[in-house]
Design a protein around this ligand. Structure first.
Ligand SMILES: [Zn+2]
Length: 188
């Protein structure tokens, strides 16, 4: 069975399926960011990673309005879903949003987080049961890639992405809290 046969849907229904996956992208970005975070990273850290992870879908911003995908970006899942876009966006956001002194010493980690958060978007889309393959090497190659196995529809996304990502975030948080908790007799 062709991978997309299950999803012969009208455009508005595809949009409906398409929208919630931003939550999946955001959760994966936060799961990547959790082990890389400096202590007490604050809202800016999490929001920057989430924005990097959802921004690639800018190429489909016209869909809810019936305008189609942005042709100058190569269509949906092309340039903004590529590896080169992830590297450039990660470096630019790190430079713009994490320049002040409190981030010194964490530059490598911040860049890794932002680049991986952005790149995770294309990687996740390659497993989506619906839509085009991902042009990972755009603008140098227009070839689109899909994973050999594409299980991610809305229900599977919740089971396989949302829940595991949330567990990773909570586990890292718990481990860090435990590690930094002062000994009961430390003040004595
Ligand atoms: Zn996408």
């Amino acid at each position: 069975m062709p991978p997309n046969k299950r999803f012969k849907l009208a455009a508005p229904e595809i949009d409906f399926l398409y929208m919630p996956s931003s939550i999946g992208h955001a959760l994966v970005a936060s799961a990547i960011g959790a082990p890389l975070a400096p202590r007490g990273p604050g809202r800016r850290y999490w929001i920057a990673g989430i924005l990097c992870a959802v921004l690639p879908d800018l190429d489909a911003v016209g869909r809810p309005f019936g305008w189609g995908d942005l042709g100058f970006l190569g269509g949906h899942r092309a340039l903004t879903h590529s590896v080169i876009f992830a590297v450039v966006l990660g470096l630019v956001v790190a430079e713009l949003a994490f320049r002040d002194a409190r981030w010194h010493g964490y530059r490598g980690r911040i860049i890794a987080y932002l680049v991986l958060a952005t790149a995770s978007h294309g990687a996740l889309d390659a497993f989506a049961a619906y839509g085009d393959g991902v042009a990972f090497f755009s603008p140098f190659s227009a070839t689109r890639y899909t994973a050999p196995w594409r299980p991610l529809d809305l229900v599977n996304e919740i089971c396989w992405i949302w829940i595991p990502a949330a567990l990773i975030i909570l586990t890292v948080r718990r481990l860090r809290t435990t590690r930094h908790r002062p000994e009961p007799n430390a003040a004595a």
